[in-house]
Design a protein around this ligand. Structure first.
Ligand code: MN
Length: 235
């Protein structure tokens, strides 16, 4: 059997030190920083015991935009928002069964910084009706991402910080120690729901300070001291 049309190219993210990361799926975590949960009008858990279940959603793999590439202002919205996020990259297929923390950590081969671009007006309208967020989150060019840095080079994550500057003004800044669910915990939770595979990316959720982007805005997202992502929103 032959393909009816050329198979679409696999989205790829450059890896520091050489090679590329072929993207299979993009998982995203909602409400993973208490200050952002509150700014969105949600209740933040008072303690680790009250965290409940993390919220997951998806973006299509071809929503990836690599570092230094212009991002087109998307159609259908008048309120495009930035959300700066740590991105964890899985380089191995998960073994069967629920993972323990060490197994979860072992799947993560690299980290980067990305933007979970959001059509906030569409997301808000969907939330108000109890409908899915897909059109607000999973659109074309909605996942700009930096090069990926091997996990061994990144070292311990908790002392690291995320920063997003728009036109050189800092809009979002937080320590990763503020994550409600850390990377191995999120990988463990995902492993209860999906057979995780090499090529899966996880956008880990954003801290407070989300706000609108306009055509012409330049963004610099940073996993501070590790890697940066730069681009421009174009009309
Ligand atoms: Mn997000």
């Amino acid at each position: 059997m032959t393909d009816l049309f050329p198979a679409p190219p696999v989205p790829r993210v450059p890896v520091r030190g050489g090679g590329t990361f072929p993207v299979r799926r993009i998982f995203c975590v909602g409400r993973n920083f208490a200050d952002h949960a509150r700014e969105m009008g949600a209740t933040a858990p008072a303690s680790r015991d009250e965290r409940g279940q993390p919220t997951f959603f998806h973006k299509p793999a071809d929503a990836i935009v690599v570092d230094g590439t212009d991002v087109p202002y998307p159609p259908g919205t008048r309120d495009l928002h930035h959300e700066v996020e740590l991105v964890a990259a899985l380089g191995h297929d998960a073994p069967a069964g629920p993972l323990d923390a060490a197994q979860a950590q072992a799947l993560v081969i690299a980290y980067g910084v990305g933007l979970d671009l959001t059509r906030r007006d569409l997301q808000g309208a969907a939330k108000a009706k109890g409908l899915p967020w897909d059109t607000g989150k999973g659109f074309d060019h909605s996942a700009p991402i930096s090069e990926l840095v091997p996990a061994a080079e990144v070292g311990e994550l908790a002392p690291r910080t995320l920063t997003l500057a728009i036109n050189d003004q800092v809009r979002q800044h937080s320590a990763l120690s503020n994550l409600i669910w850390d990377v191995p915990e999120i990988v463990q939770e995902l492993s209860r729901l999906y057979a995780l595979k090499a090529g899966d990316l996880i956008f880990m959720g954003t801290p407070a300070g989300v706000a609108a982007l306009l055509p012409g805005d330049r963004f610099t997202a940073s996993l501070d001291g590790v890697v940066e992502l730069r681009g421009t929103i174009v009309g």
